[in-house]
Write a protein that binds this ligand. Structure first.
Ligand SMILES: *Cc1c(COP(=O)(O)O)cnc(C)c1O
Length: 432
């Protein structure tokens, strides 16, 4: 270490940040600590974490209850391979999750993050058909996806995601999918017809229920998704709900899938699973999905796993987070934030002086577009808004011209108001 170099200088000499243009871009801010909704930098400046650190932090930062669970587990059993061993945190967490997930879920497969949870779900779905080993089931190979979907950054995940700035360089290596428009009243019948025509070749349908996150916080109707799910069920198409972002209260219910009568066959979870404290992924499935894997034929085993599958500390952290989530106080907070956000939507819609369109919300998520014909992720207004808001002590990170709010559940009304004031200043940030 060269003395007297700042942490930023050392960072810039060595590190490569995710989703960050490396040259001449916003320099990262060096944080020293965080508590509840607030991040503190090395100059003591505070920032409201208005997007829950990329949608993971449910209960705010540096939570003592979660920290204690981590510490205790670390001293008891930090890690062991999950092929020949099992342990209480993994079993307890599976039990807790199955208790709150839709009632048709019956098996829990652990992995490390959202992308691995999705990767596992797609492989499970494909092998479910392959294992049945009949001419008809071996034809079930295609995955159906929605426009503007985002399911993660590994190759399988990129294949089932919208082809975009994120995936261009890898286009030639991604497998073919069937793409349906995000459900709306004009196209739903065509989508249903296409599913019916293609069903013999379709293995599964993967979707972000009710709100598509990285694709631009695009929201759609539960009744339309219900129609699609119903048709999929009739056609034996495996339904995979990617609840990596929507899980654990984000949409106002514990899982977005609960808004529909028809339930998925597979559910992917991560992000809020550990309250944002440690990386962990879960792929839950029904007994029907599990059945073709329950066989003496060892060629039909699910040969997938990661070094840190079912990491005991991750599982213990998730258990602690779930305990906090299910407290009445947290549920009340989710309702309070939902109410606050609904008011914000009304105010933002009513204020004609603001250049905002499509102001919308679901549960604890608010989103709108800054009127601008450029809907691309690379829209240069995004970093301008981020920089302006950071200067005002609010951390937001627009997706192109889509601005959104997704706060930790401990955010106070006063902090919510400060974020709201920051939104109203966006036209000022854009003049700089
Ligand atoms: C973030 C996200 C993922 C990927 O999760 P990572 O942990 O970042 O790999 C997958 N699906 C959805 C819906 C997401 O929002």
């Amino acid at each position: 270490m060269i003395p007297n170099r700042t942490i930023i200088e050392r960072d810039q000499a060595m590190l490569w940040h995710p989703y960050t243009t490396q040259k001449g871009y916003l320099v990262p801010i060096a944080l020293t600590q965080a508590k509840d909704t607030l991040l503190y930098d090395s100059n003591g400046k505070q920032y409201i974490d208005a997007i829950s650190s990329w949608w993971v932090t449910l209960h705010g930062h540096s939570n003592a209850f979660i920290a204690e669970a981590v510490y205790k587990q670390m001293l008891t059993l930090a890690h062991v391979s999950f092929s020949n061993f099992t342990h209480e945190p993994a079993v307890d967490l599976a039990e807790s999750l199955l208790h709150i997930l839709p009632p048709n879920m019956s098996r829990i497969f652990y992995s490390d993050n959202g992308s691995t949870a999705v990767e596992v779900s797609v492989k499970m779905c494909l092998q479910y058909w392959w294992n049945q080993n009949t001419p008809a089931t071996r034809k079930r190979k295609k995955i159906v996806v929605l426009t503007d979907s985002y399911h993660g950054d590994t190759f399988g995940c990129m294949s089932v995601s919208e082809k975009s700035t994120f995936t261009h360089a890898f286009q030639d290596y991604l497998f073919e999918v069937i793409q349906l428009p995000r459900p709306d009243t004009h196209t739903i019948q065509d989508s249903i017809n296409l599913l019916k025509q293609q069903a013999d070749n379709i293995a599964g349908f993967i979707y972000e229920p009710l709100i598509q996150g990285a694709g631009g916080m695009k929201m759609y109707d539960a009744s339309l998704l219900q129609e699609l799910l119903l048709v999929c069920k009739q056609l034996n198409i495996i339904c995979i709900a990617d609840e990596v972002m929507t899980g654990f209260g984000r949409t106002g219910k514990l899982f977005a899938s609960s808004y529909m009568a028809e339930q998925p066959d597979i559910i992917c979870l991560s992000k809020g699973l550990t309250g944002g404290y440690l990386p962990l992924g879960v792929t839950a499935c029904t007994h029907a999905i599990y059945k073709p894997f329950f066989t003496d034929d060892r060629t039909k085993t699910f040969y997938h796993g990661h070094s840190f599958t079912a990491n005991p500390v991750g599982c213990a952290t998730a258990l602690a987070s779930l305990t906090l989530l299910r407290k009445e106080e947290t549920m009340r907070n989710i309702e309070r934030i939902k109410g606050g956000i609904e008011k914000m939507v009304d105010w933002l819609k009513a204020d004609q002086s603001l250049p905002f369109i499509n102001v919308r919300s679901i549960g604890t998520i608010l989103a709108f577009e800054v009127a601008d014909s450029n809907h691309n992720y690379l829209n240069p207004i995004a970093p301008k808004i981020t920089a302006g808001a950071l200067a005002d002590g609010v951390f937001i990170r627009p997706l192109g011209n889509t601005v959104y709010l997704m706060p930790p559940y401990c955010i106070t009304d006063d902090e919510l108001n400060r974020v709201f004031e920051c939104f109203k200043k966006i036209p000022v940030y854009l003049q700089k």
